[in-house]
Design a protein around this ligand. Structure first.
Ligand code: FUB
Length: 317
């Protein structure tokens, strides 16, 4: 009887521990976290890294969705989005971002285009943060032939979407060259020209957010990548470089991040290589608490094995 109780207790502890520390999801490799806070719950969207141990490139076919009410216990919601969500796409469920507008959830994501060579950005829509999602346009929002600043086929990747307080929505994206455009209120069409934005040693993974009136443009800087940021007085800058939020990973050269406020605290999601067997093509999503200084700068965030303390949301639905 005692042995049975001990076994049950250790299984319960194992299942809590499995979800209580970094990396967040110990059973699969996950990358490029995108986060959304909705109804007192954090939703996390990650690309599933399916590469074999000896692979030399990404193998990413779908996005997995998870959610938490306390930053410690994560619920799985399966894979409501995949390359097949976009009928015009060929491969590569790369980095994404999501926002809510007028009760609908808009998921912007990088995929490889089937007929226009290079990466493209599509937008999927759903009535629920966990899907089902459908292609909102039936065509790509951004294709490689729409931008000419760089001739690499992966310069139109890593969208971040931001809706300002006045209702204007913005999309930033890019690799090596940072680009942005306004979105129409329907969230599925550009509203005006594509602009470029110079920023210190930009590589990819731009992320735009606002905290207590200040706009923050964070991104993966240099290669291997560290997470750096700039601040500005509006969603389009002008941007002042402020420094590094998180240092480079030990093995994997990428670090793609997302920043959210949840239940009175702030958090940064990122990926590293810490899951056993992990590396360049087999990454693992993780999270830390993030702190703003009194002068509105962001304090440097060390990666930890423990992750943030529990933060139970009383309004979680
Ligand atoms: O996961 C594929 C690519 O690697 C992403 O689009 C980049 O941000 C980098 O993490």
């Amino acid at each position: 009887m005692l042995k049975k109780t001990l076994v049950a207790a250790s299984l319960a502890a194992a299942s809590i521990l499995a979800h209580a520390a970094n990396p967040l999801f110990p059973n699969i490799y996950t990358a490029d976290p995108a986060a959304l806070v909705d109804n007192g719950r954090v939703y996390l969207y990650v690309g599933k890294d399916d590469a074999a141990a000896d692979a030399k490139d990404y193998l990413m076919k779908e996005w997995r969705v998870y959610s938490t009410c306390d930053m410690k216990n994560w619920k799985e919601h399966g894979a409501p989005l995949s390359v097949q969500t976009f009928g015009w796409a060929r491969a590569d469920a790369w980095a994404s971002d999501i926002t809510k507008r007028n009760g609908k959830y808009y998921f912007y994501s990088t995929v490889d285009h089937a007929t226009i060579p290079g990466k493209a950005i599509g937008v999927a829509v759903s009535d629920s943060p966990t899907g089902p999602f459908r292609d909102a346009r039936g065509s790509a929002l951004i294709t490689n032939d729409m931008t000419k600043e760089s001739d690499i086929p992966w310069d139109d990747i890593d969208p971040t979407v931001f809706v300002d307080d006045d209702g204007q929505a913005y999309l930033y994206w890019g690799n090596r060259v940072l680009k942005w455009a306004k979105l129409k209120p329907n969230m599925i069409e550009l509203d005006g020209p594509i602009h470029t934005q110079g920023i210190d040693n930009f590589t990819e993974a731009a992320y735009l957010h606002k905290h207590k009136g200040t706009y923050y443009l964070s991104y993966s800087r240099e290669f291997p990548e560290e997470t750096a940021y700039a601040t500005g007085p509006s969603a389009t800058g002008p941007w002042t470089y402020r420094g590094v939020i998180m240092k480079k990973n030990a093995v994997v050269k990428t670090i793609h991040h997302a920043i959210v406020d949840f239940n009175g605290k702030s958090y940064i999601f990122y990926h590293n290589d810490k899951l056993p067997g992990g590396g360049e093509w087999r990454r693992s999503a993780a999270v830390e608490e993030l702190h703003y200084n009194a002068d509105r700068t962001i304090a440097f965030v060390p990666q930890t094995a423990e992750g943030p303390a529990a933060n139970p949301s009383p309004n979680c639905r």
